[in-house]
Design a protein around this ligand. Structure first.
Ligand SMILES: NC(=O)c1ccc[n+]([C@@H]2O[C@H](COP(=O)([O-])OP(=O)(O)OC[C@H]3O[C@@H](n4cnc5c(N)ncnc54)[C@H](O)[C@@H]3O)[C@@H](O)[C@H]2O)c1
Length: 300
């Protein structure tokens, strides 16, 4: 078993909802953090979102101002994947939830990162073993490092072992997550949806089915789960935060691996086809004002 290096340089590939949050966490914890996104607009948006998020944490007294400005100083946006991953001790892939995209990112990253780098993926449910098959000779260093949205605030990171992932890699992945102030669980068996997404998907899917059947309004379905079942946020509102396009990809993949109970609804397909992806596109199941407050619920 090869030893993994102590981590000083982190590369985050994909700077959307999750990648920007993961980069923020890594930079705040003291890691030199390089970020790349295939979309240059998204890359500059990510920096603005990290600045805004750190600003909020400062105003709530959760991060001090000097620490926030040091974090921003450790962040570098890179124009290419190679530039971001070169010499990295840890690569965290947080791009689109598609197997081929993740395989190609980790394979390209492995060729320029440190020879002992941890190669992590933030996939919500794809097989770590299948992703690792694209990096022959390094499958022992590939691991699931599954953050939750918003990454800066959610307490858990789920560490997922692929069939070939070494014990040293699992230990290093846990240490890294804990160095960001997170708690960890380990999904020992590479199984679709791991310990979390399998349940989360079923709950959100059932809420979408109820909405489409007209059982209640979106606002009442969300309120019912918040007030009656003690959910911190309603599943439909959470869907708007997490992105319906990503959820559709997750469900399509989980229908393949786990069966019909994960089949996406027609309403979800329509939302994505209409570009109503949630907060990231300004409109999803709910519409939002310029401050991000819900102004109305719309049926998909
Ligand atoms: N949104 C969530 O709540 C959530 C939670 C946990 C895990 N995840 C997982 O995290 C990953 C990212 O999800 P997200 O919500 O941040 O999606 P997102 O759509 O907000 O961001 C994905 C980003 O990846 C970029 N990208 C796509 N292909 C790329 C490539 N080849 N190279 C570099 N960048 C590329 C896109 O331009 C986009 O900015 C997915 O695997 C998703 O399943 C999402």
């Amino acid at each position: 078993m090869k030893e993994t290096l102590p981590i000083t340089r982190v590369a985050v590939i994909g700077a959307g909802i999750m990648g920007s949050g993961i980069a923020q966490l890594a930079a705040t914890a003291g890691y030199e953090t390089a970020v790349y996104d295939a979309s240059p607009q998204q890359l500059s948006l990510a920096r603005r979102e990290i600045e805004a998020s750190l600003g909020k944490l400062v105003s709530k007294g959760l991060v001090d101002r000097a620490a926030a400005s040091r974090a921003l100083g450790r962040l570098t946006e890179c124009a290419t994947l190679e530039a971001a991953a070169a010499g990295a001790d840890l690569v965290v892939e947080a791009a689109a939830e598609r197997l081929l995209v993740k395989q190609s990112i980790l394979s390209e990253s492995a060729s320029v990162a440190s020879p002992s780098a941890l190669l992590a993926t933030n996939t919500s449910q794809l097989s770590i073993t299948a992703i690792a098959s694209a990096v022959p000779g390094a499958a022992d260093r590939v691991v699931g490092l599954h953050f939750f949205n918003p990454a800066a605030l959610m307490r858990l990171v789920e560490v997922v072992a692929g069939l070939e992932t070494s014990a040293a890699t699992i230990a290093a992945a846990r240490d890294f997550a804990e160095s960001l102030g997170k708690e960890t669980v380990v999904c020992l068996k590479d199984s679709p949806g791991f310990l979390t997404s399998r349940i989360a998907a079923i709950v959100r899917l059932e809420a979408l089915r109820m909405l489409e059947e007209g059982v209640g309004t979106a606002a009442d379905i969300d309120r019912a789960l918040r007030l009656g079942l003690n959910f911190p946020i309603g599943p439909l509102e959470l869907g708007d935060r997490n992105g319906h396009d990503t959820f559709l990809l997750i469900l399509e993949s989980m229908t393949d691996t786990l069966g019909e109970r994960f089949r996406p609804t027609v309403g979800l397909r329509n939302l994505v086809a209409a570009g109503r992806l949630g907060r990231k596109s300004g409109r999803g199941i709910y519409a939002y004002d310029e401050h991000g407050k819900i102004v109305q619920a719309e049926q998909p």
